[in-house]
Design a binder for this molecule. Sequence first.
Ligand code: MRU
Length: 338
Amino acid sequence: MIKPLFWDNNQLYIVDQTLLPIEYKRIEIKSHLDMANAIKRLAIRGAPALGIAAAAGLVLGLKPFIDSGSRLFFEKLDEISTLLNSTRPTAINLSWALKRMKSVAESMNHKPVPDIWNKIYQEALTIHQEDIEMCQVIGRHGQSIIPEKANILTHCNTGGLATGGLGTALGVIITAHQLGKDIHVYVDETRPLLQGARLTAWELSEEKVPYTLICDNMAAYIMATRKIDAVIVGADRIAANGDAANKIGTYGLAILADYHEVPFYVVAPSSTIDPSVSSGKEIVIEERSGLEVREIFGVKIAPEDCPAISPAFDVTPNGLITGIITEKVVFRTPYNFL
Ligand code: MRU
């Protein structure tokens, strides 16, 4: 399993996911600016991995200020956190991890700055480690929704590349296969950036889970003509009422699942739940460049000046979600996370 981010001899590296699966290239991340850039261009992506990345980016950004006074150190902590947090607005994991790092630093504010920096470095590693363990728990916990023999449809990438461990939604699916269940997965390619085709299909190949790649617009046909037992996806932010933001196209899948009476599950760590937003209408949806729609891997597929939009996520209303699986509980409708 490829780790999206790792430390080696106190140096931080990520695997550039924009190149996978054609090329495996690790990049050294030397500063918070390198990390912000990597996050923006999706070299590292997936909600839990973004939290791990933001925490690591903050550690690097504060390293040059180890020998400065505490006041400057805390000013820089706020400045760098604001920058990292602004890179991708929809996934809650960025702000969740950065808030956690700040509160750890503040709990040490009477200590020498090098000690504070060491503590937040350890905290970034702990966030990473906890995510690995969370994936294992979710993977086992999610088995209650997977029959012994199942045809599952999934969207985007929610596997090891999107997390610290085995994954969330894909972690549940891979664990089911490892436990000997007879699993087959339909993988949505996930336009515009093809995380399904490039990353999920590749991860399932590596784990030897039987799968079939489909274009996003084939999902209705597949549901109508083959028996799909469940649609299982991840989430970037879940509102207090259970509305869930996830990769663009998820909402459409939920409508199709409802029409075809296929259970639709969201799998995410409980830290993805954001009680501060009462409904999905308040979730900020990241708008990316229309170029992502006009081009594939830099190859033009539309007229040069063709108007195009690229909302990165959509919100699935709670009423379309059969269950939300976290590391703690399988929640069922009506959801109330206040
Ligand atoms: O734009 P991305 O690739 O970061 O979007 C990823 C998703 O939408 C995932 O489904 C979500 O982050 C959950 S990852 C466990």
